[in-house]
Design a protein. Structure first.
Length: 206
């Protein structure tokens, strides 16, 4: 299965996906990296692995239609079958979501449906978790639809929220969990073990 990774930052989940491929855990290949940030650290990871990498921003195009058309053409040219959002801080255009219905995944640093939605990313999530007083957080891999963080949940794993946690210390532990479960969720899709009907999802055992 050909995967496109969309990333805006350093690309640690991108690297975790590549590690899973190299270790024989994930039967897929990353055929494309897309980033809306020209300076994203993920580009360096792509260069080291000889992966095609494209800076694609709406600001490069005269209209939304031109931007979306270019993105769809890019995905088609690289024979992309599945899109993995890995710290991608832009909303995926609706026409792309519709074309890749149930074929776009995202990893979120909390236990959805809690602490999700517009503006809930990175440090903002962990600050909200700590402020709320909950004792457990974690990471979620979910299918992407037209609403932020509302698609069917594929996998989740928990971490304890410690009494002396800061957003940074909690983020560090949650990130480790993200690196564990994201490749496993992608593996289930690559092995065609996923059935989705509406908001319900079933995963066949490997």
């Amino acid at each position: 299965m050909n995967i496109a990774v969309f990333a805006s930052g350093r690309g640690s989940n991108f690297q975790a996906i590549l590690n899973a491929i190299d270790n024989g855990v994930l039967p897929a290949r990353v055929s494309l990296l897309v980033s809306n940030k020209a300076e994203a650290g993920a580009f360096e990871i792509a260069r080291k692995h000889n992966i095609a990498a494209i800076h694609l921003s709406q600001h490069q195009f005269p209209s939304e239609d031109a931007y979306v058309g270019n993105m769809l053409d890019l995905l088609d040219r690289h024979s992309v079958e599945l899109i993995a959002l890995a710290g991608y801080l832009k909303r995926v255009p609706t026409p792309v979501v519709r074309k890749f219905r149930n074929k776009i995944l995202n990893v979120h640093p909390a236990l959805l449906p809690l602490f999700g939605g517009a503006g809930m990313y990175g440090r903002h999530v962990h600050e909200a978790v700590i402020t709320s007083g909950v004792k457990v957080s974690g990471a979620s891999v979910h299918v992407v639809d037209e609403e932020y963080d509302r698609g069917p949940i594929v996998l989740q794993k928990t971490v304890d929220v410690l009494e002396n946690d800061t957003p940074e210390s909690l983020a560090e532990r949650v990130l480790k969990v993200e690196h564990e479960i994201y490749p496993l969720a992608l593996k289930a899709f690559a092995e065609d073990r996923i059935t989705i009907k509406g908001s319900k999802i079933w995963i066949q055992p490997s």
